[in-house]
Write a protein that binds this ligand. Sequence first.
Ligand SMILES: [Zn+2]
Length: 179
Amino acid sequence: MSNFDGPGAGRGKWAREGVPKKGWECVNVEDLGEPSQICEMCEAMEIRYVQYMRNPRYADTLACGLVCAGHMSEDLIGAANRDKTLKNNTRKRKTFASRRGWYINGKGNPQIKDGWYRVTMFKTPNGLWKGVVNNTHIDRSYFTRDLFESLDDAKRAAFDTMLLAQEHHLQSSMPVNRF
Ligand SMILES: [Zn+2]
C-alpha cells in the first residue's frame, strides 16, 4: 500500500495522467468562511480552509484542502500547520478589515502594521482592490491571490496571506531535520 497514490482512493486529478502528484508548493491560503468549494485535486472533499498549490509542471494553481495539499507537497505537517493557523485566526480575520490601526499612507493607500508585517492595499486601474503583505524583517512581499471589488474582502484576503507569510517565516527560522 502506498500512501502517495494520494487520498480519496485516487479520486479526481490523483487518477489523471498529466497532473503531477508531487512537487507542489503552497503559494497562498484562504478562509472561505464556510465549506463552500470542492478541492480541485481530489474533486471530492468539500473545503473551507483553502491552500492554493502551484507546480512548475502544471499550468493552473489548484485550490486544495489540507489532506491533498499535504500529499502534493509531501509535507503533511506543513499543510496541517497552515490549516490550523487559518482555523485559529477566524475571529481575528473577521475583525481585521475594521481593526483600529489602519491608516492612509503617504501615497494614499490604506495600510496597517502587525508586528514585522506591513499590509498595504492598492486600487487597480480597473477599480478592483488587491493587497501586498511585506515581511519587513526580511523584506519579502506576498500578494493577495486575487483582485476584489470590495476593499474589506481584499483586506481579509491580505490577512490570510499574512498568515501564510508568518507560517513561512516560522518554518524557515526553525531548525530543519532531514532524514
Ligand atoms: Zn482534495
